[in-house]
Ligand binder design. Structure first.
Ligand code: FES
Length: 106
């Protein structure tokens, strides 16, 4: 599946991501700035915050209690579209996914 990461200034990076990889891991692997992922993917840091809008938002499992708590600690404002990218597994269902990166992570 293809995932496009969009920086706050509008710059886009399209990445081909293998199924089963996390949205966070794929960004780190592709050298995309804007996702820090301090905790390495354990839903414990909130520095992998991203915005996922429709139609993709509904294609991921809903926010767990752990993720919900961390999302209250993001540096950039939390919105309806906020998710932790380490909790999002890429599958064929989300091909074409657009991931908006927040202004700041730390
Ligand atoms: Fe730490 Fe996602 S990498 S919460």
């Amino acid at each position: 599946p293809t995932v496009t990461y969009v920086h706050p200034d509008g710059t886009k990076h399209e990445v081909e991501v293998p199924t089963g990889k996390r949205v966070m891991q794929a960004a780190i692997g592709a050298g995309i700035d804007g996702i820090v992922a301090e905790c390495g993917g354990q839903a414990m840091c909130a520095t992998c915050h991203v915005y996922i809008e429709s139609p993709w938002a509904d294609k991921f499992p809903s926010i767990s209690e752990e993720e919900d708590e961390m999302l209250d600690d993001t540096v950039s404002p939390r919105t309806e579209a906020s998710r932790l990218s380490c909790q999002l597994v890429v599958s064929d269902d989300v091909d074409g996914l657009i991931v908006r990166l927040p202004e700041e992570q730390v």
